[in-house]
Design a protein around this ligand. Structure first.
Ligand code: MN
Ligand code: MN
Length: 275
Protein backbone atom coordinates (compact mmCIF):
# COMPACT_ATOMS: atom_id res chain seq x y z
CA UNK A 1 0.00 0.00 0.00
CA UNK A 2 1.18 3.53 -0.65
CA UNK A 3 1.48 6.04 2.12
CA UNK A 4 -1.19 8.25 0.59
CA UNK A 5 -3.85 5.55 1.06
CA UNK A 6 -3.44 5.38 4.85
CA UNK A 7 -6.52 6.11 6.94
CA UNK A 8 -7.17 7.09 10.54
CA UNK A 9 -6.18 4.38 13.07
CA UNK A 10 -4.29 2.31 10.49
CA UNK A 11 -1.05 0.71 11.62
CA UNK A 12 1.60 1.63 9.04
CA UNK A 13 4.57 -0.73 8.92
CA UNK A 14 7.59 1.19 7.58
CA UNK A 15 11.30 0.55 7.34
CA UNK A 16 13.81 3.33 7.87
CA UNK A 17 17.10 2.11 6.42
CA UNK A 18 19.76 4.03 8.30
CA UNK A 19 22.76 3.07 10.40
CA UNK A 20 25.01 6.09 9.87
CA UNK A 21 24.94 6.90 13.60
CA UNK A 22 25.97 3.46 14.85
CA UNK A 23 29.06 3.87 17.01
CA UNK A 24 30.51 0.34 16.91
CA UNK A 25 29.29 -1.59 13.89
CA UNK A 26 26.97 -0.84 10.94
CA UNK A 27 24.39 -3.32 9.64
CA UNK A 28 21.06 -2.27 11.14
CA UNK A 29 20.02 -0.62 7.86
CA UNK A 30 19.59 -4.12 6.41
CA UNK A 31 17.19 -5.19 9.17
CA UNK A 32 13.75 -4.37 7.71
CA UNK A 33 14.04 -6.79 4.77
CA UNK A 34 15.21 -9.62 7.06
CA UNK A 35 12.43 -8.97 9.61
CA UNK A 36 9.79 -8.97 6.84
CA UNK A 37 11.13 -12.30 5.54
CA UNK A 38 10.80 -13.73 9.07
CA UNK A 39 7.30 -12.23 9.46
CA UNK A 40 6.08 -13.92 6.28
CA UNK A 41 8.04 -17.16 6.81
CA UNK A 42 5.87 -20.25 6.34
CA UNK A 43 7.08 -21.67 9.66
CA UNK A 44 4.66 -19.44 11.59
CA UNK A 45 1.41 -17.55 11.05
CA UNK A 46 0.31 -13.91 11.13
CA UNK A 47 -1.90 -14.06 14.22
CA UNK A 48 -0.90 -12.34 17.45
CA UNK A 49 -1.17 -14.34 20.68
CA UNK A 50 -4.10 -12.11 21.66
CA UNK A 51 -6.01 -13.25 18.58
CA UNK A 52 -5.50 -10.34 16.20
CA UNK A 53 -5.11 -11.65 12.63
CA UNK A 54 -2.64 -9.40 10.83
CA UNK A 55 -2.91 -11.16 7.45
CA UNK A 56 -5.38 -9.13 5.35
CA UNK A 57 -6.30 -7.02 8.39
CA UNK A 58 -7.92 -3.88 6.94
CA UNK A 59 -5.96 -1.60 9.29
CA UNK A 60 -2.52 -3.28 9.06
CA UNK A 61 -0.65 -1.85 6.08
CA UNK A 62 2.93 -2.31 4.96
CA UNK A 63 4.02 0.90 3.25
CA UNK A 64 7.56 -0.24 2.45
CA UNK A 65 11.02 1.12 3.16
CA UNK A 66 12.86 4.36 2.79
CA UNK A 67 16.65 4.62 2.81
CA UNK A 68 17.76 7.73 4.68
CA UNK A 69 21.45 8.34 5.33
CA UNK A 70 21.09 10.20 8.56
CA UNK A 71 23.20 13.13 9.53
CA UNK A 72 21.87 16.13 11.39
CA UNK A 73 20.19 17.56 8.28
CA UNK A 74 18.61 14.26 7.31
CA UNK A 75 16.94 13.98 10.70
CA UNK A 76 14.44 16.36 9.12
CA UNK A 77 13.84 13.81 6.35
CA UNK A 78 12.89 11.13 8.90
CA UNK A 79 10.68 13.53 10.81
CA UNK A 80 8.78 14.59 7.69
CA UNK A 81 8.48 10.96 6.51
CA UNK A 82 6.83 9.91 9.77
CA UNK A 83 4.79 13.09 9.71
CA UNK A 84 3.25 11.94 6.41
CA UNK A 85 1.90 8.94 8.37
CA UNK A 86 0.74 10.70 11.53
CA UNK A 87 -0.99 13.53 9.63
CA UNK A 88 -3.35 10.89 8.20
CA UNK A 89 -4.17 9.73 11.72
CA UNK A 90 -2.25 6.49 11.20
CA UNK A 91 0.14 4.90 13.70
CA UNK A 92 3.69 4.17 12.52
CA UNK A 93 5.32 0.84 13.37
CA UNK A 94 8.90 1.47 12.34
CA UNK A 95 11.63 -1.04 11.61
CA UNK A 96 15.11 0.46 12.03
CA UNK A 97 17.77 1.24 11.43
CA UNK A 98 19.84 2.16 14.40
CA UNK A 99 18.36 3.83 17.49
CA UNK A 100 19.30 7.36 16.35
CA UNK A 101 16.09 7.43 14.28
CA UNK A 102 13.89 7.56 17.39
CA UNK A 103 14.65 11.25 18.04
CA UNK A 104 13.28 12.54 14.69
CA UNK A 105 10.43 10.00 14.94
CA UNK A 106 9.45 11.42 18.33
CA UNK A 107 9.46 14.94 16.89
CA UNK A 108 6.76 13.82 14.43
CA UNK A 109 4.85 11.92 17.15
CA UNK A 110 5.05 14.97 19.44
CA UNK A 111 3.73 17.17 16.67
CA UNK A 112 0.69 14.89 16.26
CA UNK A 113 -0.03 13.99 19.89
CA UNK A 114 1.99 16.27 22.16
CA UNK A 115 4.37 14.68 24.67
CA UNK A 116 3.49 10.98 25.15
CA UNK A 117 4.68 8.25 27.52
CA UNK A 118 7.67 6.42 26.08
CA UNK A 119 8.17 2.78 27.04
CA UNK A 120 11.78 2.14 26.06
CA UNK A 121 13.31 -1.35 26.11
CA UNK A 122 17.12 -1.37 25.89
CA UNK A 123 20.31 -2.63 27.52
CA UNK A 124 21.47 1.00 27.29
CA UNK A 125 19.73 4.21 28.39
CA UNK A 126 20.92 6.03 25.21
CA UNK A 127 21.18 9.27 27.18
CA UNK A 128 24.75 10.35 26.31
CA UNK A 129 25.05 14.09 25.92
CA UNK A 130 27.06 13.13 22.86
CA UNK A 131 28.93 9.95 22.01
CA UNK A 132 32.46 10.28 20.62
CA UNK A 133 31.56 13.84 19.63
CA UNK A 134 28.31 12.89 17.83
CA UNK A 135 25.15 14.34 19.43
CA UNK A 136 23.08 12.39 16.85
CA UNK A 137 24.65 9.07 17.91
CA UNK A 138 22.47 6.01 18.48
CA UNK A 139 23.72 6.34 22.08
CA UNK A 140 22.07 9.78 22.46
CA UNK A 141 18.47 9.89 21.12
CA UNK A 142 16.80 9.99 24.52
CA UNK A 143 18.95 12.93 25.66
CA UNK A 144 17.65 14.88 22.63
CA UNK A 145 14.07 13.69 23.26
CA UNK A 146 14.17 14.81 26.91
CA UNK A 147 15.84 18.16 26.15
CA UNK A 148 13.08 18.91 23.66
CA UNK A 149 10.26 17.99 26.03
CA UNK A 150 9.00 15.21 23.74
CA UNK A 151 8.23 12.69 26.51
CA UNK A 152 5.50 12.92 29.11
CA UNK A 153 7.33 10.14 30.94
CA UNK A 154 10.34 8.10 29.83
CA UNK A 155 10.17 4.58 31.28
CA UNK A 156 13.22 2.43 30.49
CA UNK A 157 13.26 -1.35 30.87
CA UNK A 158 16.17 -3.80 30.67
CA UNK A 159 18.96 -1.32 31.45
CA UNK A 160 22.29 -2.86 32.53
CA UNK A 161 25.00 -0.39 31.46
CA UNK A 162 24.64 2.68 33.71
CA UNK A 163 27.94 4.50 34.17
CA UNK A 164 28.50 7.74 36.08
CA UNK A 165 27.58 10.10 33.21
CA UNK A 166 24.48 8.11 32.32
CA UNK A 167 23.34 7.99 35.97
CA UNK A 168 23.67 11.78 36.07
CA UNK A 169 21.61 12.09 32.89
CA UNK A 170 18.92 9.82 34.39
CA UNK A 171 18.79 12.14 37.40
CA UNK A 172 18.87 15.31 35.29
CA UNK A 173 15.98 14.27 33.03
CA UNK A 174 13.90 12.41 35.63
CA UNK A 175 14.01 9.14 33.68
CA UNK A 176 12.29 6.12 35.30
CA UNK A 177 14.75 3.24 34.98
CA UNK A 178 13.90 -0.42 35.55
CA UNK A 179 17.34 -2.00 35.74
CA UNK A 180 17.80 -5.71 35.04
CA UNK A 181 19.49 -6.27 38.40
CA UNK A 182 16.32 -5.40 40.29
CA UNK A 183 13.58 -6.07 37.76
CA UNK A 184 9.98 -6.30 38.96
CA UNK A 185 8.05 -7.12 35.77
CA UNK A 186 4.59 -6.73 37.31
CA UNK A 187 5.26 -3.10 38.22
CA UNK A 188 6.08 -1.98 34.68
CA UNK A 189 3.63 -0.16 32.43
CA UNK A 190 0.57 -0.46 34.66
CA UNK A 191 0.47 3.18 35.78
CA UNK A 192 0.89 5.19 32.59
CA UNK A 193 -1.80 7.72 31.82
CA UNK A 194 -2.54 8.53 28.18
CA UNK A 195 -0.97 7.42 24.91
CA UNK A 196 2.21 5.33 24.80
CA UNK A 197 5.03 5.05 22.26
CA UNK A 198 7.09 1.83 22.40
CA UNK A 199 10.77 2.00 21.43
CA UNK A 200 12.31 -1.45 21.30
CA UNK A 201 16.09 -1.86 20.97
CA UNK A 202 16.76 -5.55 20.24
CA UNK A 203 19.74 -5.56 22.61
CA UNK A 204 17.29 -5.25 25.52
CA UNK A 205 16.94 -9.00 25.07
CA UNK A 206 19.57 -11.36 26.38
CA UNK A 207 22.05 -12.13 23.57
CA UNK A 208 21.19 -15.82 24.09
CA UNK A 209 17.75 -15.05 22.59
CA UNK A 210 18.85 -12.31 20.19
CA UNK A 211 22.51 -12.55 19.11
CA UNK A 212 21.88 -10.44 15.98
CA UNK A 213 22.76 -7.08 17.53
CA UNK A 214 25.92 -4.97 17.40
CA UNK A 215 26.26 -4.60 21.18
CA UNK A 216 26.07 -7.91 23.06
CA UNK A 217 25.19 -7.18 26.68
CA UNK A 218 24.58 -10.36 28.71
CA UNK A 219 22.03 -10.57 31.50
CA UNK A 220 19.02 -9.29 29.56
CA UNK A 221 15.29 -9.82 29.10
CA UNK A 222 13.63 -12.89 27.62
CA UNK A 223 11.12 -12.48 24.78
CA UNK A 224 8.43 -13.69 27.19
CA UNK A 225 9.29 -10.95 29.74
CA UNK A 226 8.72 -8.38 27.00
CA UNK A 227 5.51 -9.96 25.69
CA UNK A 228 4.08 -10.03 29.23
CA UNK A 229 4.61 -6.27 29.58
CA UNK A 230 3.26 -5.41 26.13
CA UNK A 231 0.23 -7.70 26.33
CA UNK A 232 -0.82 -6.13 29.64
CA UNK A 233 -0.69 -2.51 28.38
CA UNK A 234 -4.14 -0.90 28.52
CA UNK A 235 -3.08 2.33 26.78
CA UNK A 236 -3.53 3.46 23.21
CA UNK A 237 -0.20 2.87 21.44
CA UNK A 238 0.33 5.72 18.98
CA UNK A 239 3.55 4.40 17.48
CA UNK A 240 6.43 2.00 17.96
CA UNK A 241 9.86 1.14 16.66
CA UNK A 242 11.97 -2.01 16.60
CA UNK A 243 15.60 -1.00 16.11
CA UNK A 244 19.21 -2.21 16.21
CA UNK A 245 18.68 -5.67 14.69
CA UNK A 246 21.89 -6.41 12.78
CA UNK A 247 21.44 -9.31 10.31
CA UNK A 248 25.22 -9.60 9.83
CA UNK A 249 25.51 -10.76 13.45
CA UNK A 250 22.56 -13.16 13.41
CA UNK A 251 22.64 -16.96 13.69
CA UNK A 252 20.15 -18.92 11.53
CA UNK A 253 17.86 -15.83 11.42
CA UNK A 254 16.86 -16.51 15.03
CA UNK A 255 16.97 -12.82 15.98
CA UNK A 256 14.89 -11.91 12.92
CA UNK A 257 12.24 -14.37 14.12
CA UNK A 258 12.24 -12.74 17.58
CA UNK A 259 11.89 -9.29 15.97
CA UNK A 260 9.00 -10.57 13.82
CA UNK A 261 7.32 -12.05 16.89
CA UNK A 262 7.57 -8.69 18.70
CA UNK A 263 6.27 -6.96 15.57
CA UNK A 264 3.17 -9.21 15.54
CA UNK A 265 2.44 -8.68 19.23
CA UNK A 266 3.01 -4.91 19.14
CA UNK A 267 0.94 -4.51 15.95
CA UNK A 268 -1.83 -6.65 17.43
CA UNK A 269 -1.87 -4.55 20.57
CA UNK A 270 -1.84 -1.29 18.56
CA UNK A 271 -4.88 -2.49 16.60
CA UNK A 272 -6.68 -3.87 19.65
CA UNK A 273 -6.18 -0.76 21.81
CA UNK A 274 -7.34 1.63 19.07
CA UNK A 275 -10.56 -0.10 18.05
MN1 MN B 1 21.04 -0.78 23.13
MN1 MN C 1 19.33 1.81 21.99
Amino acid sequence: MSLGELKKDDVALVGVLSDANSSYMPGAAEAPAAIRRALHCGSSNLCSELGVELGNHPRFNDVGDRRIEVDTADFMAIESYIHEITERGAMPLILGGDHAITYPVMRAIGDAHGPVNILHFDAHPDLYDDYEGNPCSHASPFARIMENGLAKRLVQVGIRTLNTHLSQQVERFGVEVHEMRSLDLASIGSDMDGPVYISFDMDALDPAFAPGVSHHEPGGLSPRDVLDIIQRLPNRIVGADIVEYNPARDINDMTAMVAAKLLKEIAGKMLQNSS
